[in-house]
Every structure is written in structure tokens, then in C-alpha cells.
Write a protein that binds this ligand. Sequence first.
Ligand code: URA
Length: 213
Amino acid sequence: MEDWREAKTLEELYEAIKDCTRCELGKGRTHMVFGVGNPEAEIMFVGEAPGYHEDLQGKPFVGPAGQFLDQLLRSIGLSRDQVYIANTLKCRPPDNRDPLPGELERCTPYLFKQIEIISPRLICTLGNHATKTLLRTSVGITQLHGKLIRKDDLVYVPLFHPAAALHKPPLKAVLVEDFQKLGKYLEEERRKWEKAAKEPVRVEVEPEQMGLF
Ligand code: URA
């Protein structure tokens, strides 16, 4: 495929971008960390960027933060295969430094294409960087965590980053609690979608068209 924007599936998108060197990070990576999980996931999790383990294995959240994320998923009856997990950046920044604005600008269009293909009911941004980047806000995670936010036809739930919660025990309890809220939001969104699917589709017919039948 010439143009990744035309990808219709995650496989097509991966094939189109796997050798990306739009920014310097592409030159130093071991693996691009495209994302993993169910291509029809109801929930998508977006972290910041691959770390050491992720770069080596080519999968997101495979280190200690990932193990904690798996535990949190189980607490609301979900497994990794049911959700989709990606990051704002697909390649590891050196020494795990923060993503640079230019890197985000070049890389996040791929993430938005993944969101378009997966079309999840909810997107959980993990931590300050993912939250500020996806919601295009300067409001921090301390204020936004656990809230359901509708923006541009997408539904977001910002959460503290599991790695931050592992380093600061008080955040761990907040994250555990926010996951329970997430479980409830998911139920509500499911109900809303099911109701909309049952409603008959209204087709407006112009009076002059009536004569054609
Ligand atoms: N932290 C992230 O933000 N993403 C990963 O994939 C791993 C750790």
C-alpha cells in the first residue's frame, strides 16, 4: 500500500508504517511497538511510549507496569486479548525521556488511524502525556482522572499511568477505584449502543419522490 492513510485494517496499517523513520526515534529502535490486542476492542488503552522491555519485545506494556495493567483489567473482568493497547509514540525515546512535540506530531496520526479502524467505545489515556496529547488539553491527569470526557465523537477516560501508581502507593488505590468506574462507564456505553442499534432507522422521503414508487 502506497499511502498508510488508506489502510482499512490494522495489518494493512502495520505493513505500511513498519519501517517508519519520520523521526529520529525510528533510527535507534530495536522494534516498532505498533500495538496489540483485539482489533474490535470496546476499550483501547493508550500509554506514553515504549520503554526498554517494550522496545526489545515489540509489544506495549510488557514490563512491571504492564503486569499491573493486566491485574487492573482482571479486576473488571477483562483480559488483554479483549482490549487494544497502544502508545502515543511507537518507538522508544532514548533513556525513556518524555516525547518531544515533533515526535508526537509525526507519530500520533498513526494512532488516530488505529482508533478509526478499531472504533472503540472508550479510550483510556494512561498518564499525563497521553491525556494531554489525545485530548489536546493543558489540564493535567490529577484533575481529569476517572472522568468520562466526550470529544470529537470519541469517549475518553483518563487514568493515572500504572507505572506512576507503582512508584507512588497512594495513586495505586486511586487507579484501582478508577478502574471500577471504568467498568461502569463501559456498561453504560454498551447499553447506549444497544439501544441505538434497536431503534428503527428513520428515512425521510420527499413528497415528490413518493410518486416514483
Ligand atoms: N509505559 C508506557 O507508557 N507504555 C508502555 O508501553 C510501557 C510503559
